[in-house]
Design a protein around this ligand. Structure first.
Ligand SMILES: NC(=O)c1ccc[n+]([C@@H]2O[C@H](COP(=O)([O-])OP(=O)(O)OC[C@H]3O[C@@H](n4cnc5c(N)ncnc54)[C@H](OP(=O)(O)O)[C@@H]3O)[C@@H](O)[C@H]2O)c1
Length: 299
């Protein structure tokens, strides 16, 4: 039995559906106050009911409540967590969920005799990283490695669906120019969520994935300027671009994204996927494939 924590999110929902489609037994951690029904209407979450209808077994739990995690982990072979608090709020934050919640889940899994723990981190995460999210993820990676559990740490780059969907998609829908920070010239290691889900699914029961950190990106890195050109090709239009200096507000996108866009302009970020994709049998999604799927006709 596999326990998915974060199943009502975008990535966790995709992983759950793929494992169920393979005939695997899947338990999902579900909260009473999950905002996923509402977020799903904007394409930003997966309703628990959709997963239950597909065969997932719900169990109540919250990363802030150790006892609920102890119960949820009973009889589980593999835990996969994608949970995070970035789109939540109130009591759910970086400290309570991403850091302590994940570490508590690792402890509960160990105590319940879970064999394998698959943790969704992010490329660049490390303890002491100046950005608190990357620091928290780095500290969870260390906690997991020290736990004695068999681990797989997924280290994806920047999600195309979330970042390109917002930075390019929001201005496109509003009929406004796309705003890029700096020159929009540095190469960013984008990855499709579809690929990240494929790695999580393939990590289950795969000896190659045991005690591995897996960096995940597309077949190449792309600058934001190239991204806007690709979306222009997919939608058959020349998309106007305006530029703002680092530190200036970026119109139409959530303020929390602007510092990360600025950080992406410090230098190129490159992840060579040739060996990893053949080792795990996952074909990386290119920028043009993503843009056609997400923005093109029928996207
Ligand atoms: N966005 C990127 O570019 C990027 C890049 C690299 C790595 N990542 C990582 O990829 C992972 C998946 O991202 P995503 O966009 O799919 O996430 P998401 O859609 O925001 O999903 C969040 C999930 O976390 C759960 N959660 C939040 N607080 C919780 C709590 N207190 N107890 C239990 N569950 C809780 C939510 O459940 P409820 O519905 O109950 O709130 C939901 O299922 C994250 O770990 C993220 O950091 C993202």
């Amino acid at each position: 039995m596999i326990l998915i924590v974060g199943a009502t999110g975008l990535l966790g929902g995709m992983i759950t559906q793929q494992l169920l489609a393979q005939g695997k037994e899947v338990r999902i951690l579900v909260r009473h106050n999950s905002p996923s029904e509402g977020l799903a209407q904007q394409g930003m979450a997966t309703p628990a009911q959709t997963l239950i209808d597909a065969g997932a077994q719900p169990v109540y739990g919250d990363l802030k409540e150790r006892s609920s995690l102890d119960s949820a982990c009973q009889g589980i072979d593999t835990v996969i967590t994608t949970a995070n608090a970035v789109l939540r709020g109130g009591d759910d934050n970086l400290e309570s969920v991403d850091l302590h919640g994940t570490q508590t889940l690792i402890d509960a899994a160990k105590a319940a005799g879970v064999r394998h723990f698959v943790y969704t981190s992010a490329a660049g995460s490390a303890p002491g990283h100046p950005h608190p999210l990357f620091d928290a993820k780095g500290r969870c990676e260390e906690h997991l490695k020290k736990s004695g559990l068999t681990y797989t740490i997924l280290k994806p780059g920047v999600f195309m669906e979330i970042w390109i969907g917002t930075v390019v998609g929001m201005p496109l829908s509003a009929g406004q120019p796309v705003t890029l920070v700096g020159q929009g010239a540095c190469k960013v290691a984008f990855v499709s969520i579809v690929d990240v889900a494929a790695y999580a699914v393939t990590a289950v029961d795969n000896p190659n994935a045991e005690n591995q950190e897996i960096y995940i990106a597309g077949p190449a890195s792309y600058s934001w300027t190239k991204v806007v050109e690709a979306v222009g090709r997919a939608t058959g239009q020349q998309i106007p671009i305006q530029y703002v200096a680092t530190g200036e507000p970026v119109p139409l996108i959530p303020p929390s994204m602007a510092p990360i866009l600025a950080a992406q302009e410090i230098g190129d970020s490159l992840i060579d996927m040739s060996e990893t994709s053949s080792r795990y049998g996952v074909d990386p999604t290119s920028l043009d494939t993503f843009a056609g799927r997400f923005f093109g006709a029928g996207g």
